[in-house]
Design a protein around this ligand. Structure first.
Ligand code: WT7
Length: 649
């Protein structure tokens, strides 16, 4: 087990890094934030809400009467795009750079706040012309280019919630989301650059649209210039429609609880959950955390979240948080090793990036490539490093601190989820002495704990379930179209307490250690997938009779997907071809990130007498451990057969 620290490892972790004095002296968040928030939590959040410009001030900070759906900043009205763009220009900051865009192939664009205002206004006018109205859902399937941000903010400006679909997802994933969300308007690009080649996006949308007759228009940005199919009745070029629009647009103020976006994320069933975020609370949460955790100084910092906008990390810390704070960000289209393995460090050097936020899986990849690569670049501009997406093993944390941060930058390990909207547990970089591998403390205003099965706080050092005991502004409000699942997933374990689905422990100093999911949700390179989602893709293949999927420890990706498959009798001669065929099948059904690391063809699966697959035993096999207790299996010889098969293959 190299990735998530074991309880034993944790209790021996005695390296502590206090914030450098110089950093602490200039830090945004001081130690008294905790006391202020503890003394008057809602008053503290009302204070944070001043970061936002309200068209109509709110009268109630929190209305929690309709539990578990919270309403924040009730009575307030605002426009999210106005807060991210217009007000900075009105404040004379139009010339400040909002984004340094760096294409994978080296093309660049510098976009100021004044540029952003023009582009977002034009896009909003175009969407209006094309019939997009307040409340309509718009799907966005794009590469990492500035138009993705323009499109999101144009939607926000009109109060049309966007649902951004990660550009690595398959056509059926698009179709599922479009249908679940009732989308009638899609924005995409011909393609994007990935690993040195143009990848197709429009072609994937075309395939999805065969299943989505309700979609009236597909608006297409030209990025790569590759050949694409065209449907004259449906498809429109972005440059044809957007370029000729007026550069001004008057934003309308919406209710604080007006839906801002829906982001689909995997749960424990095959069907992704449409996590709904609303406007006021989400903007307060993202701008506050971007200020407190990343210590942003918008006048001088160059901030870089090296994640995809298609995930919540990109929504909150490439788009809404940094823009609400008037920050300058880097937007990078490509992968870390194209055209060479020093690409990220070249970008840090070029733009003098001062704050970098990325995932442990990337850090482990860089570790593997070796310290010599970052050492070739000038990384002295960096002053703060962040990590997100999965538990960071102390070894990777130390490497990041030393070889990227030059032992001078505080490292903040930030715990949160798509559902949370913004960071909930993290050190404050100028305040908290950090321990490698720990996300440390709930932020001021956040009340988190670790519970046992009965809902009691566990004793220090014992493991339990991570919970949040009070609502917070950027929390999800519901699951789109499925209030019942919302209540069941997050609020049924403990009354009026948010159940995160993560295992955690609190050490003797009161610091949190997040240990990973306790349900059937996998975390591969910081991306969430459910075992059920991959299993249902597998059983949809004509050669598969039954399938079980587990997440096994993987040095690089945190977890890796291991599938156990029973073939139908007609396909039972098996062989490598079937395995390759099934791997490709999952890849095209869900997307490359869901490709199993291995698929084992097995004669049977371990099941309880009630027919439930015991994934725990398969996990033992996948992680090459001695198989645990088999006494509750309906047929205990099954495990012998599986193991025999594994050792022969
Ligand atoms: C799950 C949420 C929030 C953006 C990225 C992922 C895991 C996330 C950490 C961390 C340990 C972490 C949890 C969580 N996770 N950050 N710092 N330490 N685990 O968002 O796809 O909604 O996944 O990621 O297991 O439940 P997501």
């Amino acid at each position: 087990m190299t990735n998530s620290p074991t309880i034993e490892e944790l209790s021996h972790e005695d390296r502590i890094f206090p914030p450098p004095e110089e950093f602490a002296a200039q830090a945004n968040a001081k130690a008294d934030e905790y006391d202020k928030a503890a003394a008057d939590r809602l008053g503290y959040w009302a204070e944070q809400a001043k970061r936002i410009t309200w068209d109509t001030p709110f009268d109630t900070v929190l209305d929690w009467s309709d539990k578990p759906t919270a309403q924040w900043f009730v009575g307030g009205k605002l426009n999210a795009a106005y807060n991210c763009v217009d007000r900075h220009v009105e404040n004379g900051l139009g010339d400040r750079v909002a984004y340094y865009f760096e294409g994978e192939s080296g093309d660049t664009r510098t976009i100021t706040y004044a540029d952003l205002l023009r582009e977002v206004s034009k896009a909003a006018n175009a969407l209006t012309e094309l019939g997009v109205k307040t409340g309509d859902r718009v799907a966005i399937y794009m590469p990492m280019i500035p138009e993705t941000v323009f499109a999101m903010l144009a939607c926000a400006r009109l109060g049309a919630p966007h649902t951004v679909i990660f550009g690595g997802f398959s056509s059926s994933a698009i179709a599922d989301r479009v249908k679940d969300c009732g989308v009638e308007f899609v924005i995409t690009a011909d393609g994007g650059y990935r690993k040195g080649k143009p990848s197709g996006l429009k072609s994937v949308v075309d395939e999805a649209m065969e299943d989505c007759p309700e979609v009236r228009n597909v608006l297409v940005v030209r990025r790569t210039g590759q050949d694409i199919d065209w449907n004259d009745d449906r498809d429109l070029w972005w440059h044809d429609v957007v370029d000729r629009q007026s550069e001004t647009h008057t934003p309308e103020a919406f209710d604080s609880e007006h839906p801002l976006y829906i982001m689909y994320s995997s749960g424990t069933t095959g069907k992704p959950k449409g996590i709904l975020h609303t406007t006021g609370g989400y903007l307060v949460g993202t701008s506050f955390t971007h200020w407190a955790v990343f210590d942003i100084k918008p006048e001088t910092d160059v901030y870089w979240t090296a994640a995809d906008i298609g995930w919540v990390t990109g929504h909150s810390y490439i788009v809404y948080g940094p823009l609400a704070n008037g920050a300058t960000s880097v937007l990078y289209e490509g992968t870390p090793d194209t055209p060479h393995r020093g690409r990220w460090w070249e970008i840090v050097e070029k733009y003098k990036v001062s704050i970098l936020y990325c995932a442990p899986t990337a850090i482990r990849q860089f570790m593997k490539w070796g310290r010599d690569i970052p050492a070739k670049f000038d990384l002295n501009s960096l002053r703060l490093l962040g990590s997100v997406g999965e538990p960071i093993n102390p070894e990777a944390w130390m490497w990041y601190r030393e070889h990227i941060g030059g032992n001078r930058c505080p490292v903040v390990d930030t715990w949160w989820q798509t559902e949370n909207g913004s960071i909930l547990i993290s050190p404050l970089p100028g305040v908290t002495a950090t321990k490698p591998g720990s996300a440390m403390r709930p932020l001021p205003g956040i009340v988190a704990d670790v519970f046992d099965d009965e809902g009691n706080s566990v004793e220090p050092g014992n493991g339990g379930y991570l919970v949040v005991k009070e609502p917070w502004p950027s929390m999800l409000r519901t699951l789109w179209g499925d209030e019942e699942r919302f209540q069941k997933t997050y609020w049924s374990q403990y009354p009026e307490v948010y159940f995160a689905g993560d295992g955690a422990k609190i050490d003797r100093d009161g610091d949190f250690w997040v240990l990973g999911r306790v349900d059937d949700v996998l975390n591969v390179s910081g991306h969430r997938m459910s075992t059920a989602e991959i299993e249902s893709a597998l059983v949809a293949h004509p050669k598969v009779a039954e399938a079980a999927v587990v997440g096994a420890q993987d040095e690089m990706t945190g977890q890796a997907i291991e599938a156990f498959v029973i073939l139908r009798e007609s396909a039972a001669d098996g062989g490598d071809d079937v395995v390759a065929e099934l791997r490709n099948h999952v890849r095209s059904a869900i997307g490359p990130i869901a490709t199993p690391r291995s698929i084992m063809l097995v004669p049977d699966l371990p099941k309880t007498r009630s027919g439930k697959i015991m994934r725990r035993l398969l996990k033992d096999v996948a992680e090459k451990r001695e198989v645990g207790d088999v006494t509750t299996l309906a047929d205990s010889s099954v495990m012998d057969l599986i193991q025999k098969g594994v050792s022969e293959s």
